[in-house]
Design a protein around this ligand. Structure first.
Ligand code: NAD
Length: 352
């Protein structure tokens, strides 16, 4: 039995589905169900006894402790977080609460449970903290890609809150010998991605005939990784990673945001051509967000060399699968695009 926190979110739900497809070990999914948590992502597991859902806030120390005692997991994979940079600029408090205090509360509950284990169980236990490459800040034009020893320089409240949580996790290993692993991954994309993020927002807005917002000049470069490759990397680190280590995960797919949007438009032109014109004509440049990092690039050499992980998808294959998934799941999108999400879009981009 393993614990997965944030297992109703984008990467967490993909991970739960992948895990249960590949493993007999049950998952206890611990999720508060914020705006980003969606149990519809896991509808296919409705009758699967190996998926147990507990609605819980990771900041609730009392309940977290009780859950560890009740289920006695052999590992924790920690995804739960506030994850959207734009939201962290408008309201950082929730990011500090969940990403820093929540990770601290979870670490405390996990460590006190771990102390009660037998020596053999203690040695086998793992706490895997899922983090981001955004903790490293922005690369200058002559800088090499981020490695595990690159100095932290977070530039948004989101990145700073994740950096703080990474440091807490590190300290629990160094101070208490608690068996932690940390992964820092580049931008994910793929099925079940909440449509406030660049790729699903572009696909859904394009199909709805709405503007495709691009921040600033659109030349911000990100590395992109298909979500199932991230899930496989996490399983690999959980299985073979060295305790106390951190592993960078990336897809060798550096792309400017504008190029990503143009690629999506080209695929949509091919799959669902408009009666008149091209999707690219819907692109609308909007004021850049404050502190927007220009360039992230990740060196995933350590996980490739030491653990033998490699991404299975190229950007070209993954992005096609993603577009097709959104075309096939328009009801999933429609259910999300109601209420709170529309109010957020209106405030942020001035559109509904
Ligand atoms: P997401 O926003 O889609 O999902 C987050 C999940 O956490 C939701 O289900 C939400 O309900 C849950 N949650 C939030 N606050 C909680 C709380 N206090 N208690 C319990 N559950 C809570 O996020 P995501 O994009 O799936 O990211 C998951 C993790 O991966 C995050 O830690 C993020 O920092 C990290 N990450 C994301 C990316 C990316 O590109 N999305 C890249 C690298 C790392």
């Amino acid at each position: 039995m393993i614990f997965v926190t944030g297992g109703a979110g984008f990467i967490g739900s993909n991970f739960v589905l992948d895990w249960l497809a590949a493993n007999d070990e049950p998952v206890v999914n611990l999720d508060k169900l914020t705006y980003a948590g969606n149990l519809a992502n896991l509808a296919s597991l409705q009758n699967d006894a190996k998926h147990i859902f507990e609605q819980v806030d990771i900041c609730d120390a009392h309940r977290m402790q009780a859950l560890f005692e009740a289920y006695r997991p052999s590992a924790v994979v920690h995804f739960a977080a506030e994850s959207h940079v734009d939201r962290s600029i408008l309201g950082p408090a929730e990011f500090i609460r969940t990403n820093i205090n929540g990770t601290f509360t979870l670490l405390e509950a996990a460590r006190s449970y771990w102390m009660t284990l037998s020596d053999g169980e203690k040695a086998a236990f793992r706490f895997l903290h899922v983090s981001t490459d955004e903790v490293y800040g922005s690369l200058g034009s002559s800088d090499l890609p981020f490695t595990e020893t690159t100095a932290y320089a977070p530039n948004s409240p989101y990145a700073a809150s994740k950096a703080a949580s990474d440091h807490l996790v590190r300290s629990y290993h160094h101070t208490y010998g608690f068996p932690t692993l940390t992964t820092n991954c580049s931008n994910n994309y793929g099925p079940l991605h909440f449509p406030e993020k660049l790729i699903p927002l572009t696909i859904t807005n394009a199909l709805a005939g709405k503007p495709l917002p691009i921040y600033g000049d659109g030349q911000q470069i990100r590395d992109w990784l298909f979500v199932s490759d991230h899930c496989a990397a996490i399983r690999c680190v959980l299985d073979k990673g060295r305790v106390g280590e951190t592993y960078n995960i990336g897809g060798h797919n550096e792309k400017a945001n504008l190029d990503v949007v143009r690629t999506l438009c080209d695929i949509l032109d091919e799959l669902v051509p408009k009666e008149q014109g091209l999707y690219v004509e819907q692109i609308a440049f909007v004021t850049d967000r404050p502190g927007h990092d220009r360039h992230y690039a990740i060196d995933a050499g350590k996980i490739e060399r030491e653990l033998g992980w490699r991404p299975a998808e190229t950007f070209e294959s993954g992005i096609r699968k993603t577009v097709q998934w959104y075309l096939d799941h328009q009801a999933w999108v429609a259910d999300i695009q109601s209420g709170k999400y529309l109010a957020w879009m209106e405030r942020n981009y001035g559109q509904r």
